[in-house]
Design a protein around this ligand. Sequence first.
Ligand code: TMP
Ligand code: ASP
Length: 246
Amino acid sequence: MSKQTDNPLYEGKAKILYPGSEVGTIRQYFKDDATAFNAQKRDIISGKGILNNLISSHLFPAIGQMGIAHHFIEKLNDREQLVKAVDIVPVEVIIRNVAAGSICKRLGLTEGESLPHTLVEFCLKDDSLGDPVISSEHVYAMKLATRNELDETIELSLRVNDFLTGLFFGIGIRLIDFKLEFGRLQTEAGSQIVLADELSPDNCRLWDSKTNEKLDKDRFRHDLGSLIEGYSEIARRLGLVIPSLN
Ligand code: TMP
Ligand code: ASP
């Protein structure tokens, strides 16, 4: 693996991006770093990157089969995947089916309360500001995305939600909420909005359907038990073969 040899294009909290083998491609390297509360809490959890790469490399092609455009090309090895180079839209899309996390604090809702309908929220992707919640009006005023682009991200996000909710339901897991990022892919026909980043238990809340046990990154955020055990359980239920995590 080339983590030490190539110059990164970008290093985030959980991933490093390197130039891909061909023009227009990027190698996405999954780190073991875990952060929460805008990196106020941090740790290195051996094997986390391998599990996120495994799970994300399984979910992206599945979503692609539903006709949802995305950046994923192929899994290269335990820690890396090849993706299409896109310009990331600096708006994080949060989809919520059940109240949990920050919405409970902000609006006084009770964790586990079903929402009357799926909620779509936007956050400005800016760590220095703590990724604040913004409205669509802010998106347009700050020219973060056009109206057409935002409409497209909402439609794609709701389709991803429908698909993933069913997929996880089938393996005894409730999809409580999740965060998506989108990118602009330049094609001959022009700019296209595609799903980017990752789909993993770092970015989703996933509770066991029977016990409500949290299998996602809340285990790390709130010291609820081994993160690796939770992520491994998700991978196993998805039918994935877990490689050595060292
Ligand atoms: P929240 O309840 O903390 O706002 O999180 C909502 C969802 O978004 C949850 O599934 C975790 C995910 N998320 C991220 O992927 N990255 C982040 O930086 C935050 C704050 C949340
Ligand atoms: N990923 C975010 C951070 O480190 C927050 C989170 O996932 O809770 O800061």
